[in-house]
Write a protein that binds this ligand. Structure first.
Ligand code: SF4
Length: 115
């Protein structure tokens, strides 16, 4: 599964619903960060995951960070954490800043429609 299809799958109702529910359930609790112990990026330069900007060299850096995420067994938990903690910078769970903004907008839109 490439990066685009992973994020695309999160936008599909079933997968997105699962993440949104888990994010909602954990929103008022201390987030579970046990997944960090088996993160693929543990031995990677942290700067790779926090590129400056979204153009030029940053695009290559984002793609390289996402490639690390694609082989990470903590990818879904990492993405959930980023959404719960409102991590608005860097690459988390194979998603870029803009992709998480899209996910958050969809998540909030669904939550509002259910109120
Ligand atoms: S999904 Fe990416 S950013 Fe998250 S723990 Fe794994 S390698 Fe690190």
């Amino acid at each position: 599964m490439n990066t685009e299809s992973f994020v695309g799958n999160l936008l599909e109702p079933s997968m997105f619903e699962r993440v949104a529910r888990r994010v909602s359930e954990r929103a008022d609790q201390d987030p579970d960060v046990s997944w960090r112990s088996h993160a693929s990026c543990r031995d990677t330069d942290p700067d790779l995951f926090f590129p400056v900007g979204t153009t030029g060299l940053a695009v290559t850096q984002i793609d390289e960070a996402k490639a690390v995420c694609m082989g990470c067994s903590a990818q879904v938990q990492c993405l959930e954490f980023a959404l719960i903690a409102n991590q608005d910078t860097g690459v988390w769970g194979g998603s870029s800043e803009e992709e998480r903004r899209q996910l958050r907008r969809k998540y909030l839109s669904r939550r509002r429609s259910r109120l």
